[in-house]
Design a protein around this ligand. Structure first.
Ligand SMILES: Nc1nc2c(ncn2[C@@H]2O[C@H](COP(=O)(O)OP(=O)(O)OP(=O)(O)O)[C@@H](O)[C@H]2O)c(=O)[nH]1
Length: 609
């Protein structure tokens, strides 16, 4: 095979040699690996119809195409591998198991189920039933997770609940490779039965290999049929113990608080039977950020779940791209915590930024290491985002670019979990190739002047999810700049509306609708207005201003014509129907003959499916 040659310069052929590149790499990076001049790669790509500069971050597809052309197999380093390599460069092995000490740890539970089946009520009931004696009357705060203690076999046992119902949080975390949940409580309302999201939740749990305890809820409601639920779920490989299976089903009523203790017992029994939950509490803490938000007084705060080791105030912590020294740790009652052991969720104060839900956290040897890891991660993310955002400018799309409409969005939300869930869902909207959805900025907290300015520059729309403009000034600025801010508190309705907006941005498609045909019986010549066709409408109608074509002996001889004037007898007419005679002028088109047929049609907008 010939080596590709550009301007007489021969490029090496890779013969299938593998080149690993980090996300966000540029042509210059690739050139360095294969020891060529970056300018040559720019030219090769140009020859393939892509215009990229040497230092621009390039996306995976472009590298693949280029690699194929030159005979190299390009492997993009996955974000996980990239992060692992980054930590290794600091001598940290995040996953390293240290079994020297291994103590039992409480199970971590997520509640999932169909809309309105009672997830929130159940989490409330569990929290209420188990308020620790000393906290009786204490008000719990939502920090994203809480721990309850249960008496089981004469022993005090703890269970940790992720306090974000639904599977968005679950999937957002799994998408980041964070397996947080040990057991899923699947809530099914006994008066409603198995519904689409019940099955979705179940699929998520089974895909993650997480055991399920079924809470058959609302048994207090008349018409509730708990055994029907058991029957329905056997179809999905969830067979109740009493039917010979190994899934525990517990009949509960979250609202009046019936059988909550039995449900908690079932969680512990399932954990003991199916899982051996252990961790080493005697090492620097590692775990996952559950959620985070910007607190007015306290700055960025994050709830983290410790998975190994013990977290203490003063630790140098890094989670995602945020870092800091743990200034204080609080529990769900707002009380200070001095030590957080495995499976313990705590609110952490002292971070530089709000981490994302599912970001792994670790305690580093010192502040400097924590900061360097966070900064390197930020740089990596920025490069990767640049590669993704770089619009693939092919020669074709470059010329046709004006045809693509882009909806630019800025997402602001109250907690990072909801912003991520919203972003994920939005990016999944499929509207084909004609419209682009671009999320130009996302963040946690009130809508700021900066957001408005950004939207104004990029002609974007701001989506406020459970957040409002920071002040009247920001609102005024948006008004003045003509920036639209839309507020939502339900992810689903945000998605629905944005999807509708995207569909609305699609250029209308037109189709031809036949109106009618007329046969030319006679041609009148007029010095003033040119030739006039004396016609008989043989089918449908003739309409003034309608589009027309002229057909002679079955061949179209005039296309893109217009019925310039239409007369019935001596009068102007707007329409003439089948079976009537009329006079038609096609304007300056005078090549008409007796026996020709005039076809008329209209272009109608086609509704989008
Ligand atoms: N009678 C009765 N009503 C219940 C019970 N549990 C929940 N409900 C009611 O069912 C409705 C839905 O409960 P939620 O807890 O909001 O349901 P959810 O699954 O969290 O709903 P989404 O957050 O919308 O997905 C509320 O009106 C509750 O009061 C129960 O055990 N008995």
């Amino acid at each position: 095979m010939q080596a590709p040659s550009i301007g007489g310069v021969r490029l090496p052929r890779g013969n299938g040699q593998v080149v690993r590149l980090p996300r966000g790499a540029s042509l210059a990076d690739f050139a360095e690996r294969i020891d060529v001049d970056p300018a040559q790669l720019v030219q090769v790509l140009f020859g393939l119809g892509e215009m990229v500069t040497a230092t621009q971050s390039v996306d995976e597809d472009t590298f693949r195409v280029l690699g194929e052309e030159l005979g190299f197999e390009i492997q993009m380093v996955s974000p996980e591998d990239e992060d692992r390599e980054l930590l290794e460069s600091f001598d940290i092995d995040f996953e390293a198991e240290d079994d020297s000490i291994s103590m039992p740890r409480p199970p971590v539970v997520t509640v999932m189920g169909h809309v309105d089946h009672g997830k929130t009520k159940l989490l409330d009931a569990i929290r209420k039933e188990n308020i620790v004696e000393s906290e009786a009357g204490g008000i719990t705060q939502h920090i994203g997770a809480y721990q309850v203690s249960v008496e089981h076999d004469g022993q005090e046992r703890a269970i940790t609940f992720i306090d974000t119902p639904g599977h968005e949080a679950f999937t957002a975390m799994r998408a980041r490779g964070a397996q947080v949940t040990d057991i899923v409580i699947l809530v099914v309302a006994a008066d409603d039965g198995v519904m689409p999201q019940t099955i979705e939740a179940l699929n998520h749990a089974q895909a993650a290999g997480v055991p399920i305890v079924v809470a058959v809820n609302k048994i207090d409601v008349e018409g509730a049929n708990p055994s029907k639920i058991r029957q329905q779920l056997t179809e999905y490989n969830l067979v109740a113990e009493e039917y010979g299976g190994d899934t525990m089903f517990v009949d509960v009523a979250a609202k009046p608080g019936i059988n909550i203790d039995k449900l908690l017992e079932a969680v512990l029994l399932t954990a003991d039977a199916a899982l051996d939950l252990r961790a080493n509490p005697d090492m620097p803490a590692r775990g996952v950020a559950i959620e985070g938000h910007l607190d007015r007084g306290r700055g960025p705060v994050a709830t983290v779940l410790v998975q190994r080791g013990t977290l203490r105030p003063g630790d140098a912590i890094v989670t995602g791209q945020s870092y800091g020294r743990v200034r204080a740790m609080l529990d769900e009652y707002g009380k200070p915590v001095e030590e957080a052991e495995p499976s313990r969720p705590v609110l952490v104060l002292g971070l530089t930024a709000v981490p994302g839900a599912g970001d792994k956290f670790l305690v580093a040897d010192d502040d400097r290491t924590a900061r360097q890891i966070a900064e390197k991660r930020e740089a990596m993310e920025r490069n990767a985002a640049l590669a993704k955002a770089r619009k693939r400018v092919t020669l074709e799309s470059f010329m046709a670019e004006s045809k693509v409409e882009t909806l630019n969005l800025i997402l602001k939300g109250d907690v990072s979990g909801s912003v991520e869930a919203l972003e994920d869902a939005l990016l999944k909207i499929d509207v084909g190739d004609e419209v682009d959805l671009n999320i130009i900025h996302r963040g946690v907290g009130a809508i700021t002047a900066n957001d408005v300015n950004l939207a104004s520059i990029d002609r974007g729309i701001i989506i406020g999810f459970n957040v409002r403009p920071q002040s009247r000034t920001v609102e005024d600025l948006a008004d003045r700049e003509g920036v639209e801010i839309r507020y939502y508190s339900v992810i689903y309705s945000a998605i629905e509306e944005i999807e509708a907006a995207l569909k609305g941005m699609l250029k209308p498609e037109f189709e031809e609708v036949q109106l009618g045909t007329a046969e030319i019986r006679e041609v009148f010549r007029s010095s003033k207005i040119g030739n006039i066709a004396g016609c008989m409408v043989t089918n449908g109608i003739m309409r003034r201003n309608a589009s027309a074509r002229l057909v002679r002996d079955g061949v179209v001889v005039g296309e893109g014509l217009t019925i310039v004037s239409l007369r019935r007898e001596k009068d102007d007419a707007t329409e003439v129907r089948e079976g009537f005679e009329c006079g038609i002028s096609l304007g300056s088109f005078n090549d008409i003959k007796t026996g020709d047929t005039i076809e008329t049609y209209e272009m109608k907008e086609k509704p989008r499916g």
